[in-house]
Design a protein around this ligand. Structure first.
Ligand SMILES: [Zn+2]
Length: 454
C-alpha cells in the first residue's frame, strides 16, 4: 500500500485540504480520508485533480498531423482529408503502428490524459489480408498502452461497407474490413489479452451507419452481449452534413433518430461527433443516458460543424472529450474550444455550465471526466475509494496558477494553461510522468522517428 498526503485536492464532492490517498498494489484507491497526526506517506505539494479520459482516438493518425493542411486542386473538405489519410494508412506495418501509438500515449499522459478509448479500425495488412494473428494490430496498440502506462479501452471497429445500405467498400478501406465472424475473432482476442488487467477494458465500435448494415449492427450487439452485457459501444454518428443527407436518402431518418429508433441507445453507448442534430435528436440523445463523444479540435480542423452544446446540457446530456485525429493532444485545448465555439456563435460568455456551478473550467473538467469514464467503461474520472488511482499534480510554481485556488485553478488551467502546468501524472497507481517527463520517452521518441522515416 502506498500513501500520498495531498495539500489540495479535487475530490468527488469538491476541493479539500490535507487528504490521504491509500493506493493498493493493483493501482486502486483503497481509501481517501482526512490526514491525521502521525500519517506517513509522500507529501504532494501541488494541486491534485483527476486525470482526464480521452474517449476517442485513432492512434495512427497522430503521425499524419500536419499532412492535411495544404490546399489541393479542388475544394478541401473532410472527404479530401480522408483520401490523404487512406494514402498514409497504406504504408504502416505493425512496428510502425506500435511505435506511433506509444509516442502518442506518452504525449497524452504528459498533457493530462490518463486513459484512452482506442477506436481501432486498422486491422489487416496493406494488401487487405488478415495477419497470421488477425488481432495483430490490436495487440500492438494494447502493447503500446502497457509500455507507457496509460489505461486503455480497446474498441475494435466493425467496418464492412463503403456507404449506407451495404454499398461496397472502396480500395482505400481494405485494411479495415471484416464480417461478423472475422470481427469477433479480433474482439475475442482483445478480451483474452485484457484478462483481468484493471488498466485494460474492451468494447466494440461499429464504425458508422455508413459502414454497417442494420442486420450486421444487430448481430454485433448480440455477439457482444454474449461476452459482456456492459461493454461499451462507440459509433461515429453525425459528423458531416453529407452523411446526414445520405442517411436520410437511405432510410428517411437522420442518423441519431435512426439509431434511437432501431437500437436501445443507453448508458453503454458513446455517440462520437453527434455534431448535426435537430432539437428533437438533441433531446433524445441527452435523455438516453448515452455519452456524446466530442472532439472539438478535430471537428474544427476537419470543418465538421458545431455541436449544439447549450441545448444538450440544458436537457441533462452527458459528454466527454477525445483528441480523435490528434491534430492536438491536450485536454485543455479540447475543453477550451468546446466553450469557445459556443461563445463565438452566441456572442456571449461562460456558457457551458450545469447545475449551480459558476466556474466554467471546473464544470467542463468534472463533466468531461465523468462522461469520459462512463464511455470508457472503467472506474476512472474521479478521486474516490474504489476508483483507479489516475491523478494529475499541477505545478504550484507555474506562474499562471499563482494566487489561484479551488475551482479558479481549473479556470486558469483550461483557459490559460498553454505552457502545460501538469507536473506529475499517476495512471493506475503508477507514476508515469515525473517533473514533466515519462521515464521511457527518449527511447519511445527514437522508435517513433525511425518508424516515420521508414
Ligand atoms: Zn473518429
Amino acid at each position: 500500500m502506498t500513501s500520498l498526503i495531498c495539500d489540495e485536492i479535487l475530490l468527488a464532492d469538491g476541493w479539500a485540504c490535507d487528504v490521504v490517498l491509500e493506493i493498493d498494489g493493483a493501482g486502486w484507491l483503497a481509501a481517501v480520508r482526512p490526514a491525521a497526526a502521525g500519517d506517513k506517506g509522500d507529501r504532494i505539494a501541488g494541486p491534485v485533480i483527476p486525470g482526464m479520459p480521452n474517449l476517442h482516438s485513432h492512434a495512427f493518425q497522430r503521425a499524419m498531423a500536419g499532412l492535411g493542411e495544404r490546399a489541393g486542386p479542388t475544394d478541401d473538405s473532410f472527404w479530401t482529408w480522408r483520401q490523404v489519410m487512406y494514402d498514409f494508412v497504406g504504408k504502416l506495418g505493425p512496428d510502425a503502428v506500435e511505435a506511433i501509438a506509444a509516442q502518442l500515449y506518452v504525449e497524452m499522459l504528459k498533457a493530462g490524459f490518463t486513459a484512452v478509448g482506442e477506436f481501432h479500425y486498422l486491422h489487416h495488412d496493406p494488401a487487405g489480408r488478415a495477419y497470421a494473428d488477425p488481432a495483430e494490430l490490436s495487440h500492438r496498440v494494447i502493447a503500446a498502452a502497457r509500455r507507457t502506462g496509460i489505461g486503455i479501452t480497446h474498441l475494435p471497429v466493425l467496418y464492412a461497407h463503403g456507404g449506407f445500405g451495404g454499398q461496397p467498400a472502396a480500395e482505400g478501406q481494405r485494411r479495415f474490413l471484416n464480417d461478423a465472424d472475422g470481427f469477433f475473432r479480433i474482439v475475442d482476442a482483445a478480451f483474452a489479452e485484457a484478462g483481468g488487467d484493471p488498466q485494460i477494458a474492451v468494447g466494440i465500435a461499429p464504425h458508422s451507419l455508413r459502414a454497417v448494415t442494420p442486420d450486421l449492427l444487430a448481430e454485433a450487439l448480440r455477439m457482444l452481449d454474449e461476452l459482456d452485457t456492459a461493454a461499451p459501444v462507440h459509433i461515429h454518428i453525425a459528423e458531416q452534413t453529407k452523411e446526414i443527407d445520405d442517411c436520410v436518402a437511405w432510410s428517411g431518418a437522420r442518423p441519431v433518430d435512426w439509431l434511437c429508433d432501431n437500437t436501445d441507445v443507453n448508458g453503454r453507448w458513446c455517440l462520437v461527433h453527434a455534431t448535426h442534430m435537430t432539437e428533437g435528436e438533441t433531446m433524445r440523445l441527452a435523455t438516453s443516458g448515452a455519452v456524446a463523444g466530442l472532439c472539438p479540435t478535430t471537428e474544427a480542423n476537419l470543418g465538421d460543424g458545431l455541436f449544439p452544446a447549450p441545448a444538450y446540457l440544458q436537457a441533462g446530456g452527458r459528454y466527454g472529450v477525445g483528441s480523435d485525429s490528434h491534430i492536438s493532444v491536450s485536454p485543455v485545448e479540447e475543453l477550451r474550444w468546446l466553450e469557445y465555439g459556443q461563445r463565438l456563435v452566441a456572442r456571449a460568455r461562460n456558457l457551458l455550465l450545469g447545475g449551480d456551478g459558476t466556474s466554467v473550467g471546473a464544470t467542463l473538467w468534472r463533466a468531461a471526466a465523468a462522461g469520459g469514464a462512463q464511455a470508457l467503461g472503467r472506474k476512472i474520472g474521479r478521486i474516490a475509494a474504489g476508483c483507479r488511482a489516475d491523478l494529475l499534480v499541477l505545478d504550484r510554481d507555474h506562474p499562471i496558477l499563482a494566487g489561484r485556488a479551488g475551482d479558479t485553478l481549473l479556470d486558469a488551467l483550461v483557459f490559460a494553461g498553454n505552457a502545460n502546468p501538469v507536473r506529475d501524472v499517476m495512471a493506475g497507481g503508477r507514476w508515469v510522468v515525473r517533473d514533466g517527463h515519462h521515464p521511457d520517452e527518449d527511447k519511445i521518441a527514437a522508435d517513433y522517428r525511425s518508424a516515420i522515416s521508414a
